[in-house]
Ligand binder design. Structure first.
Ligand SMILES: N[C@@H](CCC(=O)N[C@@H](CS)C(=O)NCC(=O)O)C(=O)O
Length: 212
């Protein structure tokens, strides 16, 4: 039985739960409340010395980091795939690059904007809010270009798309209309929202993980 240590609002845990759902894998959820410091307990640090969720335990195998977990799941439970098949090495590299881009250059920036927007208006750093909004809009423009003539970012639905989903889902609440004026992106978001793995995703909220 697979066990997933996770904190539901964590966007990285959400990436893993989308993949588990895509592959129809059942698992036991072990909640780790990072707002209460549960990720610093010795028993959790034994699983992940970095003290971060998500962590996946599959029999004797312990894997942490959402990207590595999802690759492990794809190796161990290949059907349906969430990475382009090994013969398509160029597309496979593209999927990994875009997932990394989502993790490094989109998810944290949206998290930082969430952290500002949950503050009272007078306490917000308006310059930071403006800078973050511009950065996010630039990423959305880039994705719109990359989606030209494509249904998904790297061939079939893959980890490249999944990487963006958790924070795409909160943009509306932050007043960012991702699809407005970006036809390719609009179609992509609609296709993403049709997937049961995304419709059933739990924990997509502005708080309490604003900032991450
Ligand atoms: N690169 C990691 C990032 C995981 C991560 O940052 N998790 C956050 C919660 S969303 C965490 O556990 N933070 C606690 C800490 O860093 O102390 C992944 O993809 O899994």
């Amino acid at each position: 039985m697979i066990k997933l240590y996770d904190f539901l609002p964590c966007p990285f845990g959400q990436k893993v739960r989308i993949v588990l759902a895509e592959k129809s894998l059942s698992y036991e959820l072990a909640p780790i409340d990072i707002t209460r410091g549960e990720h610093r307990r010795p028993e959790f640090l034994r699983l992940n010395p970095y003290g971060r969720v998500p962590v996946l335990v599959d029999e004797d195998t312990v894997v942490y980091d959402s990207t590595v977990i999802n690759e492990y799941l794809d190796d161990e439970y290949p059907d349906p795939p969430v990475l382009p098949r090994i013969e398509f090495s160029s597309l496979r590299a593209r999927a990994r690059l875009l997932e990394d881009f989502a993790d490094a250059s989109f998810t944290p920036q949206v998290g930082q904007l969430m952290a500002e927007m949950v503050k009272a208006e007078g306490e917000r750093d308006q310059n930071r809010v403006q800078r973050l909004r511009q950065t996010i809009e630039r990423v959305l423009d880039y994705l719109n270009r990359e989606l030209q003539g494509q249904h998904f970012l790297a061939g079939e639905f893959s980890v490249a798309d999944i990487g963006f989903v958790p924070r795409l889902l909160v943009l509306g609440e932050l007043g960012i209309e991702a699809g407005t004026g970006r036809g390719n992106l609009d179609g992509w978001v609609k296709r993403l929202l049709e997937r049961p793995s995304i419709q059933s995703l739990e924990g997509v909220v502005l708080e309490p993980l604003a900032g991450i």
